[in-house]
Write a protein that binds this ligand. Structure first.
Ligand SMILES: C[S@@+](CC[C@H](N)C(=O)[O-])C[C@H]1O[C@@H](n2cnc3c(N)ncnc32)[C@H](O)[C@@H]1O
Length: 301
């Protein structure tokens, strides 16, 4: 990746834009139909350090405005990937993908996949099962959308399998480039011992966005993250020679995003490589993972 300057204002001539301010202001500067991929994780209205908690209705109205603007800016062959988890109120969860679906479908977008992102780390709940997945809603604007499976294929389980009869007998029966990764993605979330961890409480793992970039965009295309945080989606795009634009309200996160982008262009940013298997304590012979169960008390020892 070559190094370049980060522009604070949007222009289609730039390679990377990081706007410090409200996403609606950045969006107002982006021409219709110019973004190939909008990929983001918005605030979930949970009252985190970077957001003010609103009523669910007000939050959904605000998201609807942002989504409407993102759709306007989206290229006819483009994709929108909205990555969300749950809004929680008085112990009840509201899956935000369900609540936000109408903002896309009412504008004529088609849902192509509801990708389940499974990870292992997070809060330990005592009154419900601990949440260990979030989702990515992948919508397209038209049926002529760009999608290339080959760059994101994963290794086959049985690569040596061959047809045993018929005209193709003896030939490999699976795609030699690998198989479709499916719609359940097991990718570690960015918690304390993750190599990409910054002070941001809810970062994207770069590898999660790389899959979307590689399958939904071409070199030179624009990627937009309206809630850019510390710049993970922008970095995923730049890593693969795409153009990237983002907005972020917090000056502290913007400064970290700028330094991470600069580091990534010089090859100094550490990131978890795509395709690395997740840590498996049993393979690592960690005996404490064995759960001993007392059948009398019906509880673990
Ligand atoms: C869930 S985080 C996204 C983190 C990001 N995916 C990353 O990898 O760093 C949401 C971000 O949106 C920012 N934000 C909240 N409201 C915003 C707004 N109106 N315009 C731009 N950014 C906003 C927050 O400061 C926060 O960093």
């Amino acid at each position: 990746m070559s190094s370049f300057s980060i522009s604070p204002v949007f222009s289609l001539r730039e390679q990377v834009v990081l706007f410090e301010g409200d996403c609606l202001e950045l969006l107002s500067a982006i021409p219709d139909g110019s973004m190939q991929l909008v990929v983001t994780s918005p605030p979930y209205n949970l009252g985190k350090s970077y957001e003010r908690k609103n009523s669910l209705d007000k939050y959904l109205q605000w998201q609807d405005r942002v989504i409407g603007e993102c759709i306007r800016a989206l290229h006819p062959e483009g994709s929108i990937c909205w990555q969300v988890g749950n809004y929680v109120h008085e112990g009840a969860i509201v899956p935000l993908d369900i609540a936000l679906y109408p903002s896309f479908s009412n504008r004529g977008l088609k849902l192509r996949n509801r990708i389940v992102w499974h990870f292992e780390h997070g809060l330990h709940c005592s009154r419900r099962l601990s949440g260990r997945h979030e989702t990515i809603l992948w919508f397209t604007k038209t049926d002529q959308y760009l999608f290339d499976l080959d760059p994101i294929r994963v290794p086959q389980k049985y690569p040596e399998k061959k047809y045993f009869k018929g005209p193709k007998a003896g030939q490999y029966s699976c795609n030699p480039l690998g198989k479709n990764p499916g719609d359940v993605w097991v990718i570690p979330n960015v918690k304390n011992n993750h190599v990409e961890k910054t002070i941001h409480p809810c970062q994207f793992p770069i590898e999660l966005v790389e899959r979307l970039v590689l399958s939904m965009t071409r070199k030179g295309d624009w990627i937009l993250d309206p809630f850019a945080g510390v710049g993970s989606a922008l970095i995923a795009g730049l890593k693969h020679n795409r153009r990237a634009a983002g907005s972020e309200l917090s000056s502290e996160y913007c400064a970290i995003a700028q330094s991470r982008i600069a580091q990534s262009t010089t090859g100094l940013l550490k990131s978890r490589p795509m395709g690395r298997p997740v840590y498996d304590p049993q393979n690592a012979n960690r005996s404490l993972t064995t759960r001993l169960f007392d059948e009398t008390t019906e509880k673990p020892f």
